[in-house]
Design a protein around this ligand. Structure first.
Ligand SMILES: [Zn+2]
Length: 299
């Protein structure tokens, strides 16, 4: 599943590829994906028609990001909200340079054949075609005719602050952590204090701050909270800069693999040696997620 740095890189790549282009035609092969979110949604022909009629003829104006959501801004104030979830992918094929660029979950078939059996939405643009592919179909693309209809749904009501925003400061982090119960890793991942921290960046931040992931969050000293805060900012900033982690399920828009994976110190490294003390890293499970840490360095 792509995390914040990967989605941010996808956003930057898509901006270069599609902004300013007009949507000449739209095909929706699986109406379920534009009919709502969550596991209970079902395909709606009405939603499909609304989606197509709403965006056909409009232009891509901007792409914003909130946590792992992409917000496509179209002309006339129209909006498409996209979440790739576990296995969504965008591929843009430029017809002039016949260049293929993709971001999201790597789907091998998409490199050979487009559209393919995983292609569910096709945007025909002036200079190329944008494909939304999704192997498991948990992702969604929701259409809103204007800003107001988008805001009414309060998509981001339970989200905490963006880790790279000015509002996410030490004072805020200290205050929020004090009010939360539970293991520190679970608290970091529940998105209510800070958004976009998933399994990779939670493990890496806790290692960098030398804090055990199973510590109760309220037991952290002021100094530990400060170290953790600094570690989160440093790690997310670095990961965005080098293109994200692109572990097995993520590939950058220009087909290169993200370089942050090379800098992982604990994530995916159970049994390997700690870069700090040289002893083997340990593995545990927190809230159903594999968690790697160093039992010597992290207290
Ligand atoms: Zn160690």
């Amino acid at each position: 599943m792509p995390e914040l740095p990967e989605v941010e890189n996808l956003r930057i790549g898509l901006i270069k590829a599609i902004i300013g282009q007009k949507i000449k035609n739209v095909k929706v092969q699986k109406p379920k994906l534009v009919s709502g979110k969550g596991t209970l949604r079902s395909a709606s022909e009405k939603k499909k028609i609304e989606f197509i009629r709403g965006i056909k003829g409009e232009q891509f104006v901007d792409i914003e990001r909130r946590a792992k959501n992409l917000i496509f801004k179209l002309s006339h104030g129209k909006i498409i909200l996209v979440h790739l979830k576990m296995s969504g992918q965008f591929v843009y094929k430029n017809k002039i340079q016949s260049k293929l660029i993709s971001g999201g979950h790597p789907i091998e078939l998409s490199e050979k054949e487009l559209p393919n059996k995983h292609t569910h939405v096709i945007f025909e643009l002036e200079n190329g075609t944008l494909y939304y592919n999704d192997t498991r179909m948990f992702g969604y693309l929701l259409y809103y005719p204007n800003q107001k209809s988008f805001e009414v749904e309060n998509h981001f009501i339970n989200y905490g602050l963006e880790p790279l925003s000015k509002d996410f400061n030490l004072k805020y982090f200290k205050k929020e952590l004090k009010n939360k119960k539970g293991k520190i890793k679970a608290v970091l991942m529940d998105q209510k204090i800070v958004t976009g921290l998933g399994n990779i960046y939670a493990d890496e931040s806790l290692f960098e701050a030398r804090i055990r992931p199973d510590r109760n969050s309220s037991s952290l000293s002021m100094l530990e909270v400060e170290n953790l805060y600094k570690a989160i900012i440093r790690i997310i900033r670095r990961a965005v800069k080098v293109g994200g982690s692109s572990v097995a399920t993520y590939r950058l828009l220009d087909q290169t693999r993200g370089n942050y994976a090379r800098e992982h110190k604990v994530y995916g490294k159970a049994g390997k040696l700690c870069t700090h003390c040289g002893k083997p890293l340990a593995k545990t499970t927190i809230q159903g997620r594999t968690t790697i840490f160093c039992p010597r360095c992290q207290k």
